[in-house]
Design a protein around this ligand. Structure first.
Ligand code: OSB
Ligand code: MG
Length: 370
């Protein structure tokens, strides 16, 4: 489709509650929203980078720079056939997966609207609703954590992930396990440990956790493989897996037994499907991670998570877990069986509320083909 107009929005939205991880605490989330125009149609995408380089080196600032200076000139006025063609065109931009993924998402939305097909259909997803859980940030105390978890359980979430960091790991996880002996529980360290310090996590192996997510540094595939040998609980990698090659290497060297697939971190939905296919062929379970997305990114995650290899619940919670007012007219609700419905209208299947979007926009720029 010939891209006649590309707009970038730098957005900042208040969260319903602060979210704290081993890399920091936020009460607002930033992102970039991408809008593509082609053949009289509009496609929307979301760049999941945040303000600070805590989770990834990418930020809303770097994404703005990379997209406006390098990606837009490669794409504007060009006839982009599909995601593969898009990836070929932006291949000369090294890294910056979150930035690329936001544009690829908008392209999928356009292609789906042109063809009258949902992204789920285009990707070959077979589920109409997907199992989800909730990611709970660090709380002031283990008691507060148990209360917060209880509140989410009462809303119907059947799987809980808690964030951990040194000094707030075994105690927090044990308190939750003791209060709720039967729930599906997992932990996420966001790279807060080194191999030596991670030895203190050994008691986690007795808590019947689904997985331990990203304990070590993101470039430490080898050390994750050493750590996995010491644990019965599967290690799951998030930050470490930014390409299909990394996924392959991680599995070959036993650095993890489960992969968290975030299409943003991998550079796009097409790359998310690639890692899914690789894992499925090897019998490795995957699940869809989250980045506190708006309704735009949430719709994309739901479509991806409808693929058959996503056998563990995703970090895709209901809209009201994140935002009082979202930028899509559709709000995603939790079904009583801890699932969320996958949009079935063409493209992402959501409508952007442009007034809400404008109210959160710090900066906007539109590039038009000559
Ligand atoms: O590590 O999975 C993570 C949010 C922002 C950045 C990284 C992560 C997260 C979450 C929240 O855990 C998942 C969600 O509910 O969107
Ligand atoms: Mg994570």
């Amino acid at each position: 489709m010939k891209l006649t107009e590309i707009s970038l929005y730098h957005v900042r939205m208040p969260l319903v509650a602060p979210f704290e991880t081993s890399f920091g605490r936020i009460d607002h989330r930033e992102c970039l929203i991408v809008r593509l125009e082609a053949d009289g149609l509009t496609g929307w995408g979301e760049v999941a980078a945040d303000h600070d380089p805590g989770y990834s080196y990418e930020t809303t600032g770097t994404a703005w720079h990379i997209l406006s200076e390098f990606a837009v000139p490669l794409l504007l006025g060009k006839d982009v056939a599909d995601a593969k063609d898009f990836q070929r065109r932006v291949a000369q931009i090294r890294g910056h997966q979150l930035a690329k993924a936001g544009v690829e998402m908008a392209l999928w939305d356009l292609l789906g609207k042109r063809d009258g097909r949902s992204i789920r259909q285009m990707l070959g997803g077979h589920r109409e609703s997907v199992e989800v859980g909730v990611s709970v940030g660090l709380q002031r105390s283990p008691q507060m954590l148990v209360k917060t978890v209880e509140n989410y359980l009462s809303k119907g979430y059947a799987r809980v992930k808690i964030k951990i960091k040194p000094g707030r790991d075994v105690g927090d996880a044990s308190a939750v396990r003791k209060a709720f002996p039967r729930i599906r529980l997992q932990v996420d360290a966001n790279s807060a440990y080194d191999l030596e310090r991670a030895a203190s996590l050994r008691p986690l192996d007795e808590l019947d956790l689904l997985l331990i997510e990203q304990p070590l540094q993101e470039d430490d595939l080898w050390e994750h493989s050493r750590l996995q040998e010491q644990f019965r609980t599967p290690i799951c990698l998030d930050e470490s897996i930014t390409t299909t090659r990394h996924a392959q290497a991680a599995l070959e060297m036993g650095a993890c037994r489960i992969i968290n697939i975030k299409p943003g971190r991998l550079g796009g939905l097409s790359q998310g499907v690639e890692v899914h296919d690789l894992c499925r062929a090897r019998g490795v379970p995957v699940w869809c991670g989250g980045m506190l997305e708006t309704g735009v990114g949430r719709a994309s995650n739901l479509a991806l998570a409808s693929l058959p290899g996503f056998t563990l619940p995703g970090d895709i919670s209901a809209s009201d877990r994140y935002y009082v007012r979202d930028i899509t007219r559709e709000r995603f609700a939790l079904n009583p069986d801890s699932t969320i419905d996958v949009p079935d209208r063409p493209g992402l299947g959501v409508t952007v509320d442009e007034r809400a979007l404008a109210s959160y926009t710090l900066k906007r720029e539109t590039f038009k083909a000559a």
